[in-house]
Design a protein around this ligand. Structure first.
Ligand code: ADP
Length: 334
């Protein structure tokens, strides 16, 4: 598909080059031909008076006319060669440029295809499990109302997880499509407090305390997306922390940026997993990180997209069984 598009684009580049070169050559040829003709007329006028004195006048005139025609022919040949050279060079350059023009589109399509393949794979597994559970229970003639309620409860949990997955997929797709969203001055302190409020019930469930040390600094961005960003890190910090532990959030002002550090004392991340945790659908060793509300490995991929969209950076430091620190650097609005 891309090869055909590349050849088509090369053809269009070539057509533009050839047309420009042809028009340019035609203009040069016409101008020079007119100059030569004017020259010939001037020559004839200047030496008209000599025709009585010079017996060879007509021979000179003839020779002069032959020179003019030879010059015209030479010019035409040179222009044809130049045009042929431009045609050759434009074909090679056009093919190269078409490749470069299409490269980002090709990469985007490949990325999208991979995304669709990953997403359908992730959706298929829980859907198949849900379908099997429903079918098995439907075939069970001894299924009483109590058991049926239990099954429906489990089904509802699966449906919730699927809804969560589709919401996350949609969020990621929107971010990757780069559908520009409104950016406004946002108070980082308020945003972080908002995110903490959102996860406080989860922290309470595990008796985890969240300590804050925040500066009141304004960044430029999308408030809802920034809240979503910090919820992802806080949600993970709670999810991968032991009960009765603590999480700290602090901000550090650095020249024109502000760094937010979210630190937990949880299970930590294995060294081999660290380079991959921001990849879509990547989950570290499930036996180690298994929790009751295990995610789909989309949270950090979404977080990275949000940080990128805000021209920020994110980094992680982690030690297994000691805890994890995520550092999010965002530019300050001046
Ligand atoms: P998930 O929905 O599985 O949490 P994420 O994209 O949010 O997906 O995280 C990817 C992986 O990174 C997780 O599966 C987990 O192994 C690891 N991880 C992320 N945050 C933490 C943390 N605070 N402590 C330990 N591991 C973490």
């Amino acid at each position: 598909m891309f090869q055909a598009a590349r050849i088509k684009l090369t053809f269009w580049y070539l057509l533009i080059c050839v047309m420009i070169s042809f028009v340019f050559s035609l203009a040069i040829f016409t101008i020079l031909q007119r100059d030569l003709q004017l020259n010939e007329i001037r020559f004839e006028q200047r030496f008209a008076s000599m025709q009585d004195i010079d017996p060879d006048f007509y021979i000179h005139l003839q020779l002069h006319r032959q020179d003019v025609h030879a010059t015209e022919d030479e010019l035409l040949t040179k222009l044809i060669y130049i045009n042929l050279f431009i045609l050759g060079a434009a074909s090679v350059a056009g093919y190269f440029l078409a490749g470069r023009t299409l490269k980002p589109i090709k990469m985007m399509v490949e990325k999208q295809n991979l995304f669709i393949a990953d997403a359908s794979h992730e959706l298929r597994t829980p859907l198949t499990a849900l379908k099997t559970a429903i079918e098995v229970n439907l075939r069970n003639s001894k299924l009483d109302i109590k058991k049926a309620r239990l099954v429906l409860k489990e089904n509802l949990k699966d449906v919730d997880r699927l809804k969560n997955l589709s919401d996350n997929l949609l969020s990621l797709a929107k971010l990757q499509a780069n559908t520009g969203y409104l950016k406004e001055p946002v108070s980082l302190k308020q945003t972080l407090e908002n995110a903490v409020n959102n996860v406080s019930f989860l922290a309470k469930q595990k008796k985890i305390s969240i300590e804050k040390n925040l500066h009141d600094v304004t960044v430029e961005g999308n408030k809802d997306r920034l809240i979503e960003l910090f919820i992802i890190f806080l949600d993970n910090a709670i999810k991968y922390s032991h009960a009765n532990s603590s999480i700290t959030i602090e901000t550090l002002v650095q020249n024109s940026s502000i760094e937010t550090i979210i630190n937990d004392h949880g299970i930590g991340i294995h060294e081999k997993d660290i380079p991959h945790i921001f990849e879509r659908f990547y989950r570290a060793d499930s036996s180690r990180s298994h929790t009751s509300n295990e995610g789909y490995g989309l949270g950090l991929a979404i977080a990275k997209e949000i940080v990128d969209a805000h021209k920020g950076t994110v980094s992680v430091e982690s030690k297994q069984s000691r805890g994890t620190s995520f550092r999010i650097l965002l530019p300050i609005k001046r």
